[in-house]
Design a protein around this ligand. Structure first.
Ligand SMILES: Nc1ncnc2c1ncn2[C@@H]1O[C@H](COP(=O)(O)OP(=O)(O)O)[C@@H](O)[C@H]1O
Ligand SMILES: [Mg+2]
Length: 152
């Protein structure tokens, strides 16, 4: 496990981070996106998704639908936003086990996951707003598998 910290001064730098992550993504990866409302979780997810499949022109926030799925060159991608779930058990109804088993999962508000067991090949990203500017701080926790890939 390792930790990294990046300052994303603009949307362009957030896009670059999204492109790097997209380049390294494999099936069965789970990415946790943490941070307060407006920190940029959906924006980063959007950058990752459109990097994987440039034909996707619209990546809505899954705030109300809770999950959106996409076809990508790396298989199906599941974008979850768990902010509105009331009970951790609801994630099973959203298909999270299928996502973990055979897709790529991007999860906003993973704090809501409850007792669900997470795979060991995990990338956790926490975004923070830097003083109401367009700058964000991204803190990454990389599992061993991600640590290896990050150097590529
Ligand atoms: N460097 C940046 N990275 C990500 N988002 C940024 C950045 N600068 C400004 N923003 C803006 O901040 C907002 C983030 O919103 P969103 O991605 O929906 O946040 P969240 O999903 O964390 O609630 C968007 O309006 C986005 O354009
Ligand atoms: Mg969001």
């Amino acid at each position: 496990m390792s930790f990294k910290k990046y300052t994303l001064n603009s949307l362009t730098e957030t896009e670059a981070l999204g492109q790097k992550i997209a380049r390294l993504l494999c099936s069965q990866d789970v990415i946790l996106l943490k941070g307060t409302l407006g920190a940029g979780k959906t924006t980063l997810a959007r950058c990752i998704i459109t990097s994987l499949n440039p034909n996707i022109s619209h990546v809505p926030s899954p705030t109300f639908t809770l999950v959106q799925t996409y076809d990508t060159s790396r298989g199906s991608l599941w974008h979850f936003d768990l902010y509105r779930i009331h009970d951790a058990e609801e994630v099973f109804e959203l298909g999270i086990e299928e996502a973990f088993g055979s897709g790529i999962s991007l999860i906003e508000w993973p704090e809501r996951l409850g007792r669900l067991r997470l795979p060991s090949s995990l990338l956790e990203i926490t975004l923070d707003i830097i003083q109401e500017s367009d700058a964000r701080e991204a803190r990454l926790t990389l599992s061993e598998s991600w640590d290896q890939r990050w150097k590529m």
